[in-house]
Design a protein around this ligand. Structure first.
Ligand code: FE2
Ligand code: FE2
Length: 199
């Protein structure tokens, strides 16, 4: 064990509401399971899942201060949507305060709300664990829980489809990273299909 999980849990308990703390443990458990299925590092998955919402319950003014310190491609739309700040702030917090150096863990936290193009396996796992953890309830959740075990790319497409349509229905801004993520997965799946056809 490279990481002191108990220490992280204690820090989280002091920073998060009870409900969010339970969500964080659930996401960590889910991420660990998905890592085992898909062949990612299960300790990194657990740590990233555990810490992904570490800045979600601090005031937006504090999140804002942290995102100013981000060096991870914060876009114009992200700067004006406070709901998107906690992932960016969480990455900065984990790097500067908790001393986490692993870039894959840090990117998984940074992009867990908006996604991005060319996500690593660990980034995908955290994005999807957040949507399928034990505490999640929405009409398609059982379908999603099955899909993430079968096809991670299709799960990303399904989740991003939902995200894009939800954002546009609310007439909110679509983050550039989300558009690029969606296009990237669609582009790759069409390319894969073409290759299949030509065989
Ligand atoms: Fe989050
Ligand atoms: Fe979350």
């Amino acid at each position: 064990m490279k990481y002191d999980i108990e220490k992280f849990k204690n820090i989280l308990e002091g920073r998060l509401s009870k409900k969010r703390y339970i969500h964080s443990i659930n996401v960590a458990d889910k991420a660990q399971k998905l890592a085992e299925i898909w062949g990612a590092d299960d300790e990194k998955a657990y740590v990233a899942g555990l810490l992904h919402d570490i800045c979600k319950d601090i005031p937006h003014t504090e999140q804002r201060k942290l995102i100013e310190l981000s060096n991870k491609d914060v876009t114009d739309e992200e700067f004006v949507i406070p709901q998107l700040w906690h992932g960016i702030a969480g990455e900065v917090y984990c790097r500067t305060i908790l001393g986490i150096e692993d870039d894959d863990i840090l990117n998984s936290i940074r992009f867990h709300t908006v996604a991005r193009k060319n996500m690593s396996l660990l980034e995908e796992i955290i994005y999807l664990a957040d949507l399928t953890s034990a505490d999640r309830e929405y009409p398609d959740v059982d379908y999603m829980r099955k899909l993430v075990k079968k096809d991670i790319e299709e799960s990303m497409i399904y989740a991003l489809q939902y995200s894009v349509s939800d954002v546009t229905k609310r007439k909110s801004l679509l983050p550039k990273h989300t558009i690029e993520a969606y296009n990237g997965y669609i582009y790759n799946s069409k390319k894969a299909r073409k290759t299949d056809d030509s065989e």
